[in-house]
Ligand binder design. Structure first.
Ligand SMILES: [Zn+2]
Length: 228
């Protein structure tokens, strides 16, 4: 079931919240109630504000905007300002969840640093799996010192971490790492399969997927059995 409300359901709900906000607001600003009561009114006002925020997230601003007294464009139904970015997301309990749109690099320019080149960098933990999306334009990096400035290419990198496996996908590389504690101090080796002998290859439980023309279609890795 979709948790989102439609216009007919949302309008009266929002109206009730606005009436309640007005009511509490009058008590807050009116004759001074005792301090404890004032605090209580304040708390109720805050909670109603949250309800407004929550209901407003479901508003599609169906009836357009009107000009407020200070000249701003305000939704006729939920009272939110036009074009202001939402700080919260509303996600349905069941069904597909969507946050944000697919972002890609937007410029051919090389920016002075990563924060100027950044388009999106967001992370979430979804039912125990960690997901990171990093989209940026090209930028200069002095990671190796001022004299060794390098240009980092524009890219979109999506990383998933799940049960000790880290998989990153970007424009050029699909990178998969088994995040195990290193047994030696040496950095790991890397090589194409044809550089290794058949004997050595037997250490790697990898199955290549390909068609009649030996077009690469993917691979399957059999996970090593964990020694307890
Ligand atoms: Zn609205």
């Amino acid at each position: 079931m979709d948790a989102r409300k439609n216009k007919a359901q949302l309008k009266p709900d929002l109206k009730r919240v606005f009436q309640a906000l007005d009511f509490v607001g009058k008590h807050l600003n009116g004759r001074r109630p005792p301090k404890a009561t004032q605090q209580l009114y304040f708390n109720v006002y805050q909670v109603l504000g949250l309800a407004w925020e929550f209901l407003g997230l479901q508003c599609k601003h169906w009836d357009g905007y009107k000009r407020s007294r200070d000249g701003k464009q305000v939704c006729r139904i939920c009272g939110k300002l036009k074009g202001v970015q939402e700080r919260l997301f509303l996600l349905a309990d069941s069904g597909m969840k969507r946050i944000g749109r697919r972002a890609a690099p937007t410029s051919k320019e090389t920016f002075a640093n990563k924060s100027k080149a950044q388009i999106v960098h967001d992370q979430m933990v979804f039912h125990g799996a960690f997901l990171d999306v990093d989209v940026h334009n090209s930028y200069k990096s002095s990671l190796f010192g001022k004299d060794h400035e390098i240009t980092v290419a524009a890219d979109r990198t999506v990383t998933l971490k799940e049960s000790g496996i880290k998989c990153s996908v970007d424009e050029h590389v699909i990178d998969l790492k088994i995040e195990e504690r290193p047994t030696t101090q040496k950095p790991p080796y890397g090589g194409f399969p044809w550089e290794l002998s058949k004997e050595k290859l037997k250490h790697f439980p990898v199955i290549f997927r390909f068609d009649d023309n030996y077009r690469f279609l993917g691979l399957t890795i059999i996970r090593p059995v964990k020694k307890l």
